[in-house]
Design a protein. Structure first.
Length: 317
């Protein structure tokens, strides 16, 4: 299977792979910084994920309950014990089903099969329907599939190949494979927070000649892919050197909301621009959920050619 995912236990335990700043003799790949990570991290509890330390997002169907959830344990390269992060009231628990406690409330969890002094995140096999204000989520083993509509006992993990989204056929702590024949292997970088859906920026203007733009406030992060499309209108005053319709750029600097600087490739220098408005152009932040791959492709070789970087979607609370 290769090395399994690291499974994040809390906000301090298995929080992630060491960043380059905490390695004794770091060799930092081109385009990455000392605060960034390489590797893939699962998560035992959705509430522990943050934009700085996210965990893998898995869409799981357990007992017919499907949703965006999280990995509790890895059972194999393509099998996981996971939850769709649904909500089941204590009084609706089904004996024989496995659950993870979501909210303690005033429920007597030991009476329904959980351990004494149970806490949020504990997994148990239900022995009887409960009562009170507590709640839990379904838990079950799921198999990765090449579909966005998994059936019961199935799940998908989506990642971005650089040419579009794909489904993962299996994962280890550093690599992700697609469903091609033979499968393509991608080096998986640790993640920065990004939007779940595409964000179309409003009121975009070019602020200087060094690729800096301003826009109405939106959730922006270094490493996000941003697609510029459209053509200049008669009253367009700003310019983007080398632009063709459409072009994907990358955010290399931002204040997190209203200003951002673009490069033509990940981690490269800023593009050249002319100050003015962007009438006729559309600026779309690509909704991959993970938008920073960092290392250049040449960093990764496996004897048969270079590996591309896979941007694996994450779960952030």
């Amino acid at each position: 299977m290769g090395r399994p995912l690291k499974i994040k236990k809390s906000t301090t335990i298995d929080i992630g792979f060491n960043d380059f700043g905490n390695v004794e003799v770091p060799v930092i790949p081109n385009g990455m910084t000392t605060t960034e990570f390489l590797g893939v991290v699962g998560g035992a509890n959705a509430s522990i994920a943050t934009s700085d330390y996210p965990v893998v997002d898995i869409y799981a169907n357990v007992n017919g309950q499907a949703g965006n959830g999280y990995i509790i344990r890895q059972k194999g390269s393509s099998k996981y014990l996971a939850t769709p992060n649904n909500t089941v009231a204590a009084g609706s628990l089904t004996a024989g089903f496995t659950y993870v406690i979501k909210a303690l409330g005033n429920t007597n969890w030991q009476a329904v099969g959980a351990a004494p002094n149970a806490t949020v995140g504990d997994v148990f096999v239900c022995t009887a329907a409960g009562s009170g204000s507590g709640s839990a989520s379904d838990v079950g083993q799921v198999q990765l599939v090449n579909s966005g509509s998994p059936q019961a006992g199935q799940a998908y993990i989506q990642f971005n190949t650089g040419a579009g989204n794909s489904y993962a056929s299996k994962m280890t702590n550093k690599y992700v494979w697609d469903y091609s024949t033979p499968a393509n292997r991608y080096a998986a970088d640790f993640f920065v927070d990004g939007p779940v859906n595409n964000i179309v920026l409003a009121n975009v203007n070019i602020a200087n000649t060094a690729g800096q733009f301003t826009a109405t406030s939106a959730a922006l992060a270094v490493g996000q892919a941003l697609i510029v499309s459209g053509t200049a209108a008669a009253n367009t005053t700003g310019t983007i050197s080398g632009y063709s319709n459409p072009t994907t750029y990358y955010i290399i600097a931002t204040n997190g909301s209203t200003t951002f600087t673009l490069s033509a490739s990940e981690g490269s220098a800023n593009i050249t621009t002319g100050v003015g408005n962007t009438v006729g152009y559309t600026f779309t932040v690509e909704g991959t959920s993970t938008v920073k791959s960092g290392a250049d492709i040449a960093t990764w070789t496996n004897g048969t050619g270079n590996l591309s970087l896979g941007l694996v979607q994450n779960y952030t609370s």
